[in-house]
Design a protein around this ligand. Sequence first.
Ligand SMILES: [Zn+2]
Length: 115
Amino acid sequence: MSSALCRLNAVLPPGARRAPVARAHARSCLRCQAMEARRRGLRRGLDALGDEVLAAPPYLAAAVMSRLGDQRSRPGRPRRDARLARIAAAGAGVGAAAAAAVLTGVALRKARTPA
Ligand SMILES: [Zn+2]
């Protein structure tokens, strides 16, 4: 059970409203606490950048365009439709995981409720 709640806590964005069972799990799970600490550290790092804009090194644009050109000429490069299908499948997977997590929370709540 904790594995499913760990995954749920991992996919929900920071600040998202969580089921009480997921919140209780996060308070007692070292894995979830470590993940949240990493998120906080990343957020602090990004916040520290503020409005700072870094100038790209002069060679970067040419290097990126050169790599993109190489990608297009590769014979094994997946077609755009295939890539979009993979992205849609990944999105559906995340949605299914979120739905399963919600259903698990509902089932756990019903199991706790005295008849
Ligand atoms: Zn956890």
